[in-house]
Design a binder for this molecule. Structure first.
Ligand code: AMP
Length: 215
């Protein structure tokens, strides 16, 4: 399947994307994970992106489009992909449309995961992420804690609160979402590609996607 996952930070895009990879071997492409990996590795991209990310601002479109143009042409995308956290702005969506046409790739749909704001705030404040850039497993201190507090079950690295998951940065990320990313819902509606799922359970989102694509 070839999907865009839309929704505010904390709506569950990453969790849904990981679950969907098991359905048909499509790959999850998370620009946030790619950028955090670059920050941890200390690459030029990471150095350029870090300040924006820590403040909860978006990284410039030009940096993101360079990453995506390369990533979408890697062989593992042939089975399908789940775009998680990209596009994030109307210019990114316009450029993605041009890029996909150039690569002769057709999207199935853009899935908007609609979750109430109080649930989102609670989730983001209690989320923990594995600090190992190659792992980045996600936990929640209330609903899905690691077996040993503060330690990733999968790789043994510290499971920490992200720098952009302080209350101040979260508030700013949600404002950025409303201003810059929410307009994509109208964009994909006009393209005839939008499916909105109002659900707080990832399993419900998966079921809706599978039903729509007859999987
Ligand atoms: P995420 O893990 O998707 O919440 O992304 C974390 C941070 O990475 C965001 O707050 C942005 O600073 C940056 N980022 C991720 N994806 C994008 C994107 N498509 N465009 C611009 N910035 C992005």
């Amino acid at each position: 399947m070839k999907l865009i996952l839309l929704g505010a930070p904390g709506a569950g895009k990453g969790t849904v994307a990981k679950l969907l990879t098991a359905v048909d071997g499509s790959v999850q492409i998370s620009t946030g994970d790619i950028l955090r990996g670059a920050v941890n590795a200390g690459t030029d991209l990471g150095k350029e992106a870090q300040g924006y990310m820590n403040r909860g601002d978006l990284v410039p479109d030009s940096l993101i489009m360079g990453i995506m143009e390369d990533r979408l042409q890697e062989p593992d995308c042939e089975k399908g992909f789940l775009l998680d956290g990209f596009p994030r702005t109307i210019p990114q969506a316009e450029e993605l449309k041009t890029l996909l046409a150039k690569l002769n790739i057709e999207l199935d749909m853009a899935v908007e995961i609609d979750v109430p704001r109080d649930v989102i705030l609670d989730r983001l404040c209690t989320r923990r992420t594995c600090a190992n850039g190659d792992c980045q497993a996600i936990y929640n201190v209330k609903s899905n804690p690691p077996k040993v507090e503060g330690i990733c079950d999968k790789c043994g690295s510290p499971a920490i609160q992200r720098e952009d998951e302080t209350e101040e940065a979260i508030t700013h990320r949600l404002e950025t979402y409303n201003e810059k990313t929410a307009p994509l819902i109208g964009f994909y509606k006009n393209e005839g590609l939008l499916m909105t799922v109002t659900a707080t359970s990832s399993d419900d989102v998966i079921a809706a996607v599978k039903a729509k694509l007859s999987l």
